[in-house]
Design a protein. Structure first.
Length: 195
């Protein structure tokens, strides 16, 4: 079986599950209400790089990753003072700090990602900071759709789901560039790459 991508429908369903759990508030309201003042010493498995226009998809993906046991940093959910609308030194410094507190970065590739001012910067910073710690997570209409994102995204492996060879057991993988590992290994910051 070929690797499958996560879909927008899956992310929306996970977000809707969270909105039902939190009295039918919107995805943005849930992420906002979950805000915590993140400590400088707090560690995250995943820094989720995303476009703010994708609030519902972001909430859903955060839920899906947390179901895999990951701790996920979402900037506007963790840092009350952050204003992503302003490209300034203070915001950049805080994002750098949070990326240093994260073991990996997942770039949520959506239609809105192409217009983000921060996502390419986050990807470049993290790749330079922790080479091999970046993966792309395309959200597509169908899980078997071909991902054709911006050309530079082809430099990084992708988050997919698949079954183990000769098995009905499925898992979430990070694969590409002729190698693969499990999301669990990748998010721990010490991927056990297989060929």
């Amino acid at each position: 079986m070929a690797a499958r991508h996560f879909t927008k429908t899956e992310a929306r369903a996970a977000a809707q599950g969270a909105t039902r759990q939190f009295s039918a508030r919107s995805a943005g309201q849930i992420l906002e209400s979950a805000r915590t003042n993140t400590r400088d010493s707090e560690a995250f498995d995943i820094f989720l790089s995303h476009a703010i226009a994708d609030a519902e998809l972001v909430l859903g993906v955060k839920q899906l990753l947390e179901q895999q046991g990951a701790t996920v940093y979402v900037d506007w959910s963790h840092d009350r003072q952050l204003d992503r609308s302003k490209v300034n030194a203070e915001t950049a410094a805080l994002l750098r700090q949070r990326m240093r507190q994260s073991k990996s970065l997942i770039y949520l590739a959506t239609d809105a990602a192409t217009t983000s001012k921060w996502m390419p910067w986050e990807l470049g910073f993290f790749d330079g900071y922790r080479s091999g710690g970046v993966a792309i997570m395309p959200l597509l209409d169908r899980e078997t759709d071909r991902f054709a994102g911006q050309e530079y995204l082809g430099l990084y492996p992708r988050v997919t789901k698949d079954n183990y060879q000769n098995s009905a057991v499925s898992d979430v993988f990070v694969e590409g560039l002729g190698r693969w590992t499990t999301l669990k290994s990748f998010r721990a910051g010490t991927p056990n790459w297989q060929s």
